[in-house]
Ligand binder design. Structure first.
Ligand code: EPU
Length: 334
């Protein structure tokens, strides 16, 4: 039975999938056939269905939060289908801070480790104690330590070795009792009364001022990754563009702000059909409606072309794109 995809992903293109299954009990996973094309989904805030999808969309909707107090921290075990922001708010209300910089990130807890969600100087990886997953070949439940998750900037083992192998079922977070605020990000430095609640509220205000609420204007958050470049590349770029925001990354490399590159290339507000570069944050693409996957692909290619020609940098989309039967990548070289 065909099923509407529009309500299942926040970019809200008007497509359909062949089959849809909602997992509310982990036992259901054992009965699931993973041989035909399938696509795992949480709340669909980082996935775009470009066309109709010929396989089965499997939505993880299990619930449950268990908190265990230990000597120096709280161990919080959370089912994959829990909403991320609700978890952050709930823990804060229980006097368990730590996640406040990650407030208002859309999506589920189970999706969070895949791209190692991050914002305002904090990444999920800092707090992950373990991740439990269902192995679709052996049909067993397994546990990975933090190190085994191979976390990096918007990256983890779930995008590589375990890409077609794992269904994340639970995330275990270790939240230290000794709260250490992370205030490196501009708007947080202005806080005079530094409490978890104040950081939480400032993050929410900052996000609301720049990032469109997917319930009001369809979008999938940052569409592209901030590119990682070498020190030599950075020096060359700074000679031409001294204002380019850049941050030290690992191994002497630098991360540069893709939103700045796109804005300075004159693309803010650029529109193809109902798809546009967001006015308040050029890293976000929005869908005003009446758009096709082909319009979005044209937009991605146009942005990649323009940025490549101007800065000699190839932007990679961070959002997961799904075509008729599998994930696909749009990558325009010069
Ligand atoms: N900038 C511009 N123009 C723009 C956008 C950004 O000049 O249109 C400049 C800003 O002024 C700033 C710099 O670029 O100097 C960085 O911008 P911002 O702080 O808004 O963050 P970002 O690098 O664009 C990343 C994450 C966001 C996260 C913010 C805050 C990625 C791909 N995105 O965006 O995550 O909320 O930092 O920490 O790393 C997401 O992944 O969906 C997401 C929203």
């Amino acid at each position: 039975m065909a099923h509407a995809l529009q309500p299942l992903h926040t970019f809200a293109l008007n497509n359909q999938c062949q089959h849809f299954v909602e997992i509310t009990h982990l036992e259901q996973l054992k009965a699931q056939h993973f041989s035909a094309p399938y696509c795992l989904l949480g709340e669909g805030s980082n996935t775009v269905f470009l066309t109709d999808y010929s396989g089965t969309v499997i939505k993880m909707a299990t619930k449950g939060i268990a908190i265990q107090e230990r000597d120096n921290d709280y161990l919080v075990r959370v089912a994959a289908g829990e909403n991320w922001h609700q978890l952050v708010s709930y823990l804060l209300a229980q006097n368990i801070p730590g996640l406040e910089n990650l407030a208002l990130i859309p999506g589920t807890v189970g999706a969070a480790p895949v791209q190692n969600i991050g914002a305002y100087g904090v990444e999920l990886a800092t707090f992950v104690d373990a991740v439990e997953y269902f192995d679709i070949t052996s049909k067993t439940f397994n546990t990975l330590s933090n190190a085994q998750c191979e976390f990096a900037y918007r990256d983890s083992v779930f995008k590589h070795r375990l890409k077609h192998q794992a269904v994340i079922t639970e995330v275990h977070l270790a939240l230290p009792k000794k709260w250490q605020p992370v205030l490196s990000y501009g708007p947080l430095q202005q806080l005079t009364n530094v409490t978890p609640q104040a950081v939480f509220e400032q993050v929410i205000n900052t996000r609301n001022s720049k990032l469109p609420n997917p319930r009001l204007l369809a979008n999938a958050g940052s569409f592209f990754k901030n590119p990682i470049i070498t020190a030599e590349q950075l020096t060359a770029l700074l000679a031409q563009f001294p204002q380019l925001p850049h941050y030290p990354y690992e191994h002497g490399q630098y991360k540069v702000a893709a939103g700045w590159l796109i804005e300075q290339a004159g693309l803010k507000g650029y529109r193809i059909a109902g798809i546009a570069v967001h006015q308040q944050q050029a890293l976000v693409l929005v869908n005003y409606g009446d758009s096709q996957g082909s319009d979005l692909i044209a937009m991605i290619k146009h942005i990649q072309h323009t940025v490549q020609a101007r800065y000699n940098i190839t932007l990679q989309h961070e959002v997961r794109l799904i075509d008729n039967h599998s994930e696909c990548y749009i990558n325009v070289e010069a």
